[in-house]
Design a protein around this ligand. Sequence first.
Ligand SMILES: *Cc1c(COP(=O)(O)O)cnc(C)c1O
Length: 414
Amino acid sequence: MRAGTSRIITKKGRITNKKGYFGKFGGMFAPETLMPALTEVEAAYKNFRADDHWQSEYQRLLESYNGRATPLYEAVNLSSKITDGKSRIFLKREDLNHTGAHKITNALGQALLARFMGKERLIAETGAGQHGVATATVAALLGMSCDIYMGTVDMERQKPNVFRMNLLGARVIPVDSGGKTLKDAVNEAIRDWTKSVKSTHYAFGSVLGPHPFPAIVRDFQSIIGKECRKQILKAAGRLPDEVIACVGGGSNAIGIFSAFLKDKIVKLTGVEAGGKGLHGVNHAVRLTPSPYAKPGVLHGTYSYVLQDHDSQIADTHSVSAGLDYSGVGPQHAHLFDTGRVTYTYATDEEAVNAFKLLCETEGIIPALESSHAVAYALKHVPALKAGSIVVVNLSGRGDKDIYSVAKFMGTDIL
Ligand SMILES: *Cc1c(COP(=O)(O)O)cnc(C)c1O
């Protein structure tokens, strides 16, 4: 044991130390074999952040490859439709990033960090395939080898993304254990990493996992908030009254919230996947009190986790794959407990209706994940006082979701 860190052995034999906590949440719950790797990433990341050459390379690629800064667009048609133009709704257009969502901003940062550490190989987990595609993309860009762990159930559901990853030169490794979905893919990716740390970096896809990942992913995504703050001040002359974002693991939400956390006058609202409603666990709502949302350790971090009556990790449901996860980033757990961020949810049906309305009013096909944030805005903004200014983070585009939406509507388009 290194000096200066106190370690705690948990009931399940995992080890944590006092680093990386947000209030009582977070930490480094990892097998002993991973501790040196996590410490290495933490130290390297500090140097990477202070290195002008690598930071300007990141900036250059964010602009010329990713398409940053993404625009802040005022959705005038939508405001007219739902508030008679009394309030102003702005959309932060993360859907215009290369590969169609905010995820590439983190994937690019992590790939450069891996290169900075001298690693040649990237591994990642993926559920719907979005993070896998983003990671495979940056691996191709930087000439790295890339293995993506994916549950066989998800591979079947997301064939186009499996093909995309293959086209980009990545290997998709099928995971046939447990429920054969995201949770199991993470387990396998962690297992790989314990054996391959010398050559390999594990690029977490959201503000999840053991410290330092929740902080690293947040820092990379915080550019969303930095851009947005400047853009709204320019467009509206003042800070917004409210910023709204959907919460899966929580990276697009933390990314935009981070620039406003200190501005107590700005209300921050995170929207989770309400699925079929809050009876049972046909949803992924971790931050609205229920008998299923309990603090616990999942994939290296202590946070709110959906669990059944026997404290087993519960299977979740959402029409949007990106929000369909039993855990949530530890910083969100803390922001929930302290009350700085308000958390709510939108159901599958509300999200699909919001998806359709944004298509029709603005000519924008939003990701189903982002549609949850839009759905809450539709319910909530008409009740705000006239002259209110609201920003919705549009985390991704919805081209990937047209099959799910068609299925939800009872149409078959294949
Ligand atoms: C993955 C994804 C999400 C959910 O992830 P967060 O870490 O919560 O941001 C949200 N929107 C889109 C478009 C995604 O691809």
